[in-house]
Design a protein around this ligand. Sequence first.
Ligand SMILES: NC(=O)c1ccc[n+]([C@@H]2O[C@H](COP(=O)([O-])OP(=O)(O)OC[C@H]3O[C@@H](n4cnc5c(N)ncnc54)[C@H](OP(=O)(O)O)[C@@H]3O)[C@@H](O)[C@H]2O)c1
Length: 214
Amino acid sequence: MRIGILGTGGMASALAEAWARGGHDVLVGGRSLDKARVIADRLGDAVEAATPARVAGACEAAVVALAWEGIGPVLALAGAGEGSLAGKPVIDCTNAVDFATGLLKPPTGSAVQYVAERAVGSRPVKALHLFAGTSWLTRPAAGQPPRTVAMCGDDAAALATAATLIRDLGGVPAVIGGLDHARQLEGVAGVVMRLVAEGHNPVTAVPDVAPSQR
Ligand SMILES: NC(=O)c1ccc[n+]([C@@H]2O[C@H](COP(=O)([O-])OP(=O)(O)OC[C@H]3O[C@@H](n4cnc5c(N)ncnc54)[C@H](OP(=O)(O)O)[C@@H]3O)[C@@H](O)[C@H]2O)c1
């Protein structure tokens, strides 16, 4: 698939590397073409540095890997308000969370809904916000379970595309509902951050429930 990543930071770089390893073509772009070039130069021919407009226009599925403050500006550079991402799956992996409090920055709604409003006609999915990007560069140790990627969205085809891309990273996709679940799912990141800040492993803060025990 041709995956377009909007963002040129750590998450964009890690996801580009993981998907390129999996045989995908990746376009990377943000407000700085120079930063995109650094990623592309590091990762080789499967990764192209591009303007946000080219990322949006050339991709089959897009990933928003931006700081909260960058979502509006970079989607505008991408022409998303004019429909450049219309009809395409757009995976939002952002954490619009105040790192000090763990509380969500959008006063209402969710970050993925904020993305949806700025990417007219796109098919948004919330996913991939909970694990570090670099975690997708290694597989779980022997005997450890694969990582479950909780996700939500309203469009079945977009969810299916996102699920394929998650499997290609080595994750197990788990749809928890529609976009009306997004704020709840995004809030989990804030809880995880607060647990880590208080010195706890978040994995030990949720019950260990085997599927057969539901
Ligand atoms: N890193 C991870 O492991 C990880 C895991 C899960 C989710 N996430 C989420 O993914 C998103 C990106 O994380 P990251 O670690 O890649 O962050 P990062 O390294 O700080 O990169 C942030 C990106 O946002 C851009 N940006 C920031 N402010 C901007 C503005 N005002 N206008 C335009 N662009 C702006 C940056 O552009 P410049 O470089 O030009 O400033 C860069 O492309 C965040 O929402 C984060 O919570 C990250």
